[in-house]
Design a binder for this molecule. Structure first.
Ligand SMILES: O=C(CO)[C@@H](O)[C@H](O)[C@H](O)[C@H](O)COP(=O)(O)O
Length: 221
């Protein structure tokens, strides 16, 4: 066993006289599985950007035009996608240096509102109600879902479409209901059956989209 592994085990088991007997096998299995997952995500991210290239450019140009006209972006999703929605909003609003801050709001973080709506009306409306209250024609709705089938996400998109927002869907697996006709204007599907790989690749999609929107706004796309 290498000195580094010995050191790590010392930190993991400081109070045990003896480590579990099979720890070497466990560590070897973890290393092999981590390497396989890393390879899978690198391949998936590369193929996604290649496959969605033109669609990303088209979507970025449309979003840039919406921002240039004073539009706001609303992002939403459940679970891991809810934190991704918050990441999208902070990325647009508080970008790295030299990039242009753009108005973006996540609809996932108001616990009082979401619990009240869920308790009194139903969880299905938590995004749609906010889109109805804040969304205006020409704004942008970005919906994140791994299954593409969450009822509250689909209701949010339907409300956005009805109000004339540009709708962007980011899904996984086969796209689910988000991939049905007329659900979104711009659809990006991560074709993986692993929820973890889907979420990892979705972060690449929205980071690339953000970069392209910045380029489009600067007249470089
Ligand atoms: O983060 C994860 C799984 O990695 C979970 O929290 C996951 O986001 C939740 O199960 C969501 O409720 C799934 O909803 P969706 O992505 O299918 O719309």
């Amino acid at each position: 066993m290498s000195t580094r592994v010995e050191g790590a085990l010392g930190a993991l088991y400081p109070f045990l006289d003896e480590r579990p007997a099979d720890v070497d096998a466990v560590l070897a299995a973890v290393a092999a599985s981590t390497a396989a997952k890393a390879a899978e995500i690198v391949a998936l991210r590369g193929s996604l950007v290649a496959e969605h290239g033109q669609r990303l450019v088209d979507c970025a140009r449309r979003c840039a035009a919406a921002f240039a006209a004073g539009g706001t972006l609303f992002a939403f999703g459940n679970g891991g996608s809810s934190t991704d929605a918050q990441d999208v909003a902070q990325l647009f609003l508080h970008p790295p240096k030299a990039a242009r801050p753009l108005p973006a709001i996540s609809l996932t973080h108001d616990v009082a509102l979401i619990t009240a709506l869920s308790n009194d009306v139903g969880f299905d409306v938590v995004f749609a109600r906010q889109v109805a209250a804040f969304g205006r024609a020409g704004d942008i709705a970005v919906a994140l879902s791994t299954s593409g089938g969450s009822a509250n996400v689909l209701r949010g998109l339907a409300e956005a479409a009805q109000r004339g927002l540009v709708t962007v869907g980011i899904a996984g697996y086969d796209g689910g209901r988000m991939a049905e006709p007329d659900v979104v204007d711009h659809l990006f599907v991560v074709p993986s059956a692993s929820v973890h790989r889907v979420q990892e690749a979705q972060t690449t999609l929205y980071h690339v989209l953000w970069e392209l929107i910045q380029q489009a706004l600067a007249g470089e796309l």
